[in-house]
Design a protein around this ligand. Structure first.
Ligand code: 3PG
Length: 398
């Protein structure tokens, strides 16, 4: 009944921080990938005889309960995946939590209500955060950090609680770190990075750091229009971050100096309106340097999809974060599909990073096993690749 790093956990109350922040449609879970990824650690602890107390967040409530951010649906799904009931506490550190934890037998599992319903969780005031962490710590004898997706957050259930209890790194966090280390320390070349998603401003740190590490950088998604505009092209009504034009020009110049290939789409799929439920899409493929003034780019085009796939076919290491287009609408999903398909054929390590990209590949019908690794971390994996110190990892080392 030994758990790595904690010794004998039988009969002990073990608090596990998991990342169960899954997309919901009302109360139905649209992608349970993060819950599935959390199961092995929870199961291992339960099998070792621990009384497992899981804490997690959902969405970004503002420090007070909000029904739409309840973890109740997640407790149900977690129980199904574990094949054992999960006791759900309707608060995080209050009466329900105390009673629920006290009612656990060895090997049983409880889930506490959304930890962000408590202002102390995300407080910037260290004392307020620590006071809340003390309440969490009072529910347990030991702490296991397994929420990779939150290790970049200096929050009570991620960081402070580790200063108060004997602690260990969970299996999910160690797997994620091992994979990301391979990307940063010893990528087998050629190393290609594919970036998408809506904003360049979310990816500045990662581009900065990866320009010196990768052999090629393929860019799609909403963020590509700022790059196209930086090259002097008209982008019509496409998403454009005017305040990042200079930065993008800087990246293009630096890539050239470093001999890093930046691959931008040569064709894009446009429409005259952003897709919405009541408007039929009218997709049109146009050259990337000839986007009509009344149109907005919603995906990379078929020629670009092929060009991206050709670069990926040569690569031995690939990291991908961010969809290539509005993949939720079938008419604008082909670019994302082409990249996902190309990743499945990589002769080497392929990593899909980020909640959105992971949800995208599953929504498009790919299986987790089609890729080398699907990271559960969005911001966390990006910050890791930026070379930043992640508080939730640092505190486990200290
Ligand atoms: C994520 O969705 O990336 C993680 O669950 C972290 O969520 P946060 O960005 O709200 O801290």
């Amino acid at each position: 009944s030994d758990f790595p790093g904690l010794g004998d956990v039988a009969g002990k109350r073990v608090l596990v921080r998991s990342d169960l922040n899954v997309p919901l449609d009302g109360s139905s879970i649209t992608d349970d990938g993060r819950i599935r990824a959390s199961v092995p650690t929870i199961r291992a602890l339960a099998e070792a005889g621990a009384r497992v107390v899981v804490t997690a967040h959902l969405g970004r409530p503002k420090g007070a309960p909000e029904a739409k951010y309840s973890l109740a649906p997640v407790a149900g799904r977690l129980g199904e995946l574990l094949g054992a009931p999960v006791a759900f506490a309707t608060d995080t550190v209050g009466e329900s939590a105390t009673t629920t934890v006290a009612g656990l037998a060895d090997g049983q599992v409880a889930l506490l209500e959304n930890v962000r319903f408590n202002a102390g969780e995300t407080s910037k005031d260290e004392a307020e955060r620590l006071a809340f962490a003390q309440q969490l710590a009072a529910l347990a004898d030991a702490f296991v950090s397994d929420g990779f997706g939150v290790v970049h957050r200096k929050q009570a259930s991620v960081y402070d609680v580790a200063t108060l209890l004997p602690h260990a790194m969970g299996g999910l966090v160690s797997t994620e770190v091992e994979v990301l280390e391979r990307l940063t320390e010893s990528p087998v070349r050629p190393y290609a990075v594919v970036l998408g998603g809506s904003k360049v401003s979310d990816k500045l740190g990662v581009i900065d750091n990866l320009l010196g590490k990768a052999d090629s950088l393929l860019i799609g998604g909403g963020m590509v229009f700022t790059f196209l505009a930086a090259q002097g092209h008209e982008v019509g009504k496409s998403l454009l971050e005017a305040d990042q034009l200079e930065t993008c020009r800087g990246y293009l110049a630096r890539a050239e100096e470093l001999g890093v290939k930046i691959v931008l789409p040569t064709d894009v799929v446009v429409d005259t309106t952003f897709p919405s439920g009541d408007v039929e899409p009218h997709p049109q493929v146009v050259a990337a340097d000839a986007i009509p003034a009344d149109s907005l780019g919603l995906d990379i085009g078929p020629e670009s999809g092929k060009a991206f796939a050709a670069v990926l076919a040569e690569a031995h290491t690939v990291f991908w974060n961010g969809p290539m287009g509005v993949f939720e609408v079938a008419a604008f999903a082909e670019g994302t599909r082409a990249v996902a398909q190309a990743l499945t054929g990589v002769d080497g390590l392929s990593v899909v990073g980020g909640g959105d990209s992971a949800a995208a590949v599953r929504a498009l019908g790919f299986a987790d096993s089609d890729f080398g690794h699907i990271s559960t971390g969005g911001g966390a994996s990006l910050e890791y690749l930026e070379g930043k110190t992640l508080p939730g990892l640092q505190i486990l080392e200290d």
